[in-house]
Design a protein around this ligand. Structure first.
Ligand code: DX5
Ligand code: ZN
Length: 221
């Protein structure tokens, strides 16, 4: 299966959000990555429900909502109502992760769990069969435009091995510092969803940058 590209609108121009969503609609992107930050789980605040609703109104592609918030159970239904198609919560932010994952699935969303750079993949052993997606953070969450952490490759390989028997259709998503320099190697390691913020929106030709990420593994295929 061809890998998926999820441009992160955290790097979009919020004064021209409709234009940037339309760019994604017309591009080869597969999902729209939406970063929600609460100022507690991460040292930054992004945006809330009215913005997600506005994105949904203009988007023709699924919203891949990444919740960087403490105790996300409080807001799952609200994000579903705002237009989320996929909801990913952080392993580090959930006391009862199994319950949270099933609450997301019961709303007919794809359910994801995200791991911070310091959180081992092995901790997913007893939840991996229940999730649709694992998001490996390749930077410390909170900000766009950070440098990619190379240990991520090892984590992806490990996760891919775990998934081979426990959950062969698992989406393996990488988020943070992803661009043309590392996309092919990430796909070769086993990732099938690439999130890209600055490498798309700071590019001179964002549509072309998305197309290049979509073709990233052609030379190594
Ligand atoms: C970081 C967010 C990322 C961010 C990625 O906390 O989860 O989704 O938007 O941005 P880049 O691709 O610029 O690292
Ligand atoms: Zn994200």
């Amino acid at each position: 299966m061809k890998h998926l590209i999820a441009p992160s609108i955290l790097a979009a121009d919020f004064a021209n959000l409709q234009r940037d969503i339309e760019m994604i609609n017309e591009s080869q992107a597969d999902w729209i990555h939406v970063d929600i930050m609460d100022g507690l789980f991460v040292p930054n605040i992004s945006f809330g429900f009215p913005v997600v609703e506005a994105v949904k109104k203009n988007a023709t592609k699924p919203l891949d909502v990444h919740l960087m918030i403490n105790d996300p159970d409080r807001y799952l239904q609200a994000f579903k109502n705002a237009g989320a198609d996929n909801i990913t919560v952080h392993y580090e932010a959930c006391t009862h992760l199994h319950r949270t994952i099933h609450a997301i699935k019961d709303m007919d969303c794809l359910a994801g769990v995200a791991l911070n750079p310091h959180t081992p993949v092995a901790l997913l052993e007893d939840i991996i069969a229940d999730v649709d997606l694992v998001l490996i953070m390749s930077v410390n969450p909170g900000f766009g435009g950070q440098r990619f952490i190379a240990n991520t490759y090892r984590k992806i390989v490990q996760l891919k091995q775990m998934a081979a028997s426990a959950n062969p259709t698992l989406h393996i998503e990488v988020d943070g510092g992803v661009g043309s320099a590392n996309a092919a190697q990430l796909i070769a390691a086993g990732a099938n969803v690439l999130v890209a913020g600055n490498s798309v929106f700071a590019a001179e030709d964002p549509t072309g940058a998305i197309a290049a990420l979509k073709r990233a593994n052609e030379s190594v295929a």
